[in-house]
Design a protein around this ligand. Structure first.
Ligand code: SF4
Length: 261
């Protein structure tokens, strides 16, 4: 795929995990900067990833392997990111810059499970304290009227990601060529469209493979979904059995009728 011009993003999401995606929007508009050949290349990439992911997932025999497969996706996005910037593009992102961690973040269910597994290793008191903070964060995010009101991602600590190694794919592909626009919550943040397309082909193809095998794969709001998973010890196993475990309404308490610990 040739190097297309930078694009823009409004929040941390993608064609797989949210309805609003700069790359998809650009492709579907009459003034799309993508040529028909580039659009075809993107769709072919999605299909190639889908086929490879489906073949791999079809051969996995247990829940841990199915969930763990998402690591391949995340490594792929990291490789795409590194390659684009090795080629000379210079994002404005700096260590400690965290404006984009105040936006809505959506993750794949399998990414949520890995994060919840990581958190579950904490001691009981620590985990309960975290869940209390997360409940407040989810509630505040629900009530936020604007970007400025929205609380930071629960995993942002001292302006750094506390789950960096297992952060979702949408966080891995996030970048900006103008940090000032991030600071002001602009909906017009310049990004590298080629990077977005390559990363989203990986995400879309992988998500399609999970879906084809009967696993819920639509994107879910990160904080809320982690709280749901931590609050219901049966949730991941039910997902593995093919249930749509994240489909409840956003306003419904994730803890209703479940473990109150
Ligand atoms: S998971 Fe990490 S990188 Fe992603 S929004 Fe939260 S703090 Fe930021």
């Amino acid at each position: 795929m040739t190097a297309p011009p930078p694009t823009t993003r409004a929040h941390r999401s993608c064609v797989v995990v949210a309805r609003s995606c700069p790359a998809r929007d650009r492709m579907s508009r009459p003034d799309s900067p993508l040529t028909a050949a580039e659009s075809d290349a993107f769709l072919r990439s999605v299909e190639n990833v889908h086929a490879a992911a489906f073949q791999h997932l079809s051969g996995t025999r247990d829940q841990a392997s199915v969930v763990g497969f998402v690591v391949q996706l995340q490594r792929g996005i990291d490789a795409v990111y590194q390659e684009r910037f090795r080629q000379g593009a210079k994002p404005d992102c700096q260590s400690g810059c965290s404006y984009c961690c105040h936006t809505r973040v959506e993750a794949l269910p399998v990414e949520v499970f890995r994060i919840a597994q990581h958190l579950s290793q904490r001691a009981g008191t620590q985990l309960n304290e975290f869940k209390d903070r997360l409940k407040k964060q989810v509630s505040a995010a629900d009530g936020a009227l604007s970007w400025q009101d929205r609380p930071a991602c629960i995993f942002l600590e001292d302006d750094r990601c506390s789950i960096y190694e297992i952060r979702p794919g949408v966080c891995r592909k996030a970048h900006s060529f103008d940090a000032m626009k991030c600071a002001t919550g602009s909906a017009d943040i310049p990004e590298d469209l080629g990077l977005l397309l390559d990363a989203e082909a990986l995400m879309k193809g992988t998500s399609n493979a999970y879906e084809q095998l009967g696993f819920e794969s639509a994107g879910v709001e990160l904080g809320y979904a982690v709280l749901q998973t931590l609050s219901d010890p049966t949730l991941e196993a039910r997902w593995y059995r093919g249930e749509r475990v994240f489909s409840q309404k956003a306003g419904q308490s994730p803890e209703s009728g479940r473990d109150e610990g």
